[in-house]
Design a protein. Structure first.
Length: 283
């Protein structure tokens, strides 16, 4: 929504350099008009028209309305590489893992507990602690906690439940060594990859939390897994996060609005340009 965000600026410049006329539109200020066979969007008092494509950048806290705005553009016949249904699906961590797991894509062993009385037995399913506890919604590593013991895990889950928040509990992949891989997929092709390493004393490998990153080449198995995950989630533009485990690559999440700063800076790849070129081709 903010014009000066790195990812927004990168996409804007990439489009402008290619001779297009980009506009930054705050989806929270879009007013949706619903009329028989005449969907319209009013923005700052004017009807949006003459648009060939939209590239959604929707924050996690405003997913629902952002998806509604995207749907309206779809109804107006305007191309978007991130469709409304795919955005909603990718933002729901539980449903995403459910869909990936039955599509023969490796994911960490995970459970969501609805009855706290079952929690001790469910932790045994993950072979005990340590375990990773995640809020169903969260970005940049917020709401992700490593519980070193079974009692700590129980206390944390109970605390979240008391505030009405459901959490996922996942196995801790120790052999990953606090590192993960991020890959950007555009139009079914991987355009940039990097490996992020958590800082000392931290298990979360988010760059916002002091992690470091280097470019990396994926194995054939990792490439297949990344492409398949983006395809299953129905995203033409996606950021895919995976862990390197002994049993093979494990998908952690598929992001419909991946940040571009870290991966463009690390890999020196014009990811925004790849996105613009793909969108122009589709239009």
């Amino acid at each position: 929504r903010a014009y000066n965000l790195y990812s927004t600026q990168s996409l804007f410049r990439a489009a402008f350099r290619r001779g297009h006329k980009p506009e930054v539109i705050d989806h929270q200020r879009c007013n949706l008009i619903i009329e028989q066979k005449l969907p319209q969007i009013l923005y700052e008092g004017k009807r949006l028209s003459g648009i060939d494509a939209v590239i959604p950048r929707v924050g996690a806290s405003v997913t629902a309305y952002g998806a509604s705005v995207i749907k309206h553009f779809e109804l107006m016949g305007i191309f978007t590489p991130v469709r409304s249904d795919s955005l909603l699906q990718s933002r729901d961590k539980l449903r995403s893992l459910q869909k990936l797991s039955v599509s023969d894509v490796g994911v960490p062993k995970t459970f969501i507990v609805n009855n706290l009385e079952d929690l001790p037995r469910m932790l045994n399913y993950l072979d005990g602690a340590p375990v990773v506890i995640k809020l169903l919604e969260g970005t940049h590593g917020a709401g992700v906690i490593l519980a070193e013991s079974k009692n700590t895990a129980i206390s944390i889950v109970e605390a979240f439940h008391k505030t009405g928040q459901k959490v996922l509990v996942q196995e801790f992949i120790e052999e990953a060594g606090g590192a993960d891989i991020r890959a950007i997929v555009v139009g079914g092709q991987i355009v940039a990859t990097m490996k992020r390493q958590a800082s000392e004393g931290e298990f979360r490998s988010n760059l916002h939390r002091g992690a470091t990153a280097i470019p990396i080449n994926l194995t054939e198995e990792e490439e297949r897994t990344v492409k398949k995950a983006a395809r299953i989630m129905g995203l033409d533009v996606a950021g895919v996060a995976l862990l390197q485990a002994k049993r093979g690559p494990l998908i952690m999440e598929v992001n419909a609005s991946p940040g571009l700063e870290g991966i463009e800076t690390t890999t020196k790849t014009d990811v925004a340009g790849e996105i613009i070129d793909y969108v122009v081709k589709k239009v």
